[in-house]
Ligand binder design. Sequence first.
Ligand code: BES
Ligand code: MN
Ligand code: ZN
Length: 492
Amino acid sequence: MSQLPNVHVTTDAITDLAVDVLVVPVFRGAIEGPGTDTALRAVGLSEVPRDASFRGKPGEVLHLAAPGQPWGRVTLVGLGRLDELDTAMVRRAAGAAIRSLVTSATTVATTLPLVEASVGSIQAAAEGALLGAYRYEDARGTPSPARLTDVTLVVPSSLAEGAAEALHLAELHARAQCVARDLVNAPPNRMGPEEVAAYVTELLDDRVEVEVWDEERLRAERCAGLLSVADGSARPPRLVRLRYRPANPVASVSLVGKGITFDSGGISLKRPSTLMDAMKGDMGGVAAIVGVFAALPDSRVRVEVHAELCLAENMPSGSATRPSDVVTYRDGTTVEVLNTDAEGRLVLADGLILAAESDVDAIVDVATLTGAVSAAIGRHAIGVFANDDDLLRQLLTAGEEAGEPSWHLPLWEELSEGLESDVADLRNIGDKEQGAGASVGGLFLRHFVDGTPWAHLDIAGASWRNSERDHLSKQGTGVPARTLLCWLEQAG
Ligand code: BES
Ligand code: MN
Ligand code: ZN
């Protein structure tokens, strides 16, 4: 992972801070935030400059020179409307400001945590700063230039006591998200199923229980989905099973991840091929779960957490699965594969069956499952499906806390008819007329959880971006690692 800056807090006056850049908040309508007046007067301005490119909208930045001041520069960052301010906006603004400075400043200080006097806003500002500083550098031949090392958060003295815990949580959550980003961003020739399994083993082995099933074991265990999807690839599939056991756990959950290290569509080849490069990110579900596990040993999570990471590559070849092939799962279910591009649900079925067998209290699967989820709720949001109202509400609340937009989508019973096969128990796609592709995918998955309380997060949109924005980087976003951590921290 790229080196993230150190984040500190201070209760000193901003005029006593010697840093390269001071970041101060501005709301829509040129409304100044904490410290903004002092900073503006120091650079010789009596008010927020009228600049066509800066209106105080969320994430906008304006850099001003500050000759003769303790800070070399002042950066104004927009927070949108004052009456709509929330903690998520603090995270976004900190991310946008730091992202704009990460290659040009070594030390930055900001008054952003002061806009909302809460420990949560200290954590959010720190998370935003860390996430905004992230860059993927592992595949460059030349080392990256000198860059940001230290971010200082100005906090009210009344909150200084809780600040250490807030910084600890921020570092944990940001690290989880950046581990997830690294995995998504890694080129698929470097990170096939075996390499991901090796990476996870290396990252976690001495901290949580790690078990890797190779193709031989997968055959013995009748994990038909992983084997079928991997049939067209020169790279064998892997199932990575993780277990985090805190002392006296209050509950147990299993996280099941889709880990298609590259999705070409298989024999049902994707078109147009010009958009296929983003399919290196088809293991975003596994990536987020690995991020969570990287954080768990240092967290206060009291829940026993299992993971089933379903890793395979989906390629066309003479040995690939054909549309109309039927596969038989370890629970006896037979599935007719009518479209080899609906491969995520095939590998997840193996993970869900194993999760249900392990008798956990709840199962949550995380998957870049359908393009349809983006059509329904947008690229930025996570679609949440569930067979259990409590679990659903917990996850939506966690998404809000994490600032990762999540929306409940339906599992209409009548859509299940589309999954009826002429020859097998199920087919892996719905019928063309019915629409609601994200829900149909969810209903397919539900079949395998055997009544266990379960939720499905479709992150096909949210785990990838074509542009940077706020605290989110290009390509892998690392979503929903923080939503999952918030959820696990709340339980117990
Ligand atoms: N990995 C894709 C879904 C996807 C699409 C992820 C866009 C990220 C961005 C998945 O395997 C897939 O191909 N889904 C099909 C399902 C269909 C064949 C039922 C889809 O969405 O078209
Ligand atoms: Mn696919
Ligand atoms: Zn896929």
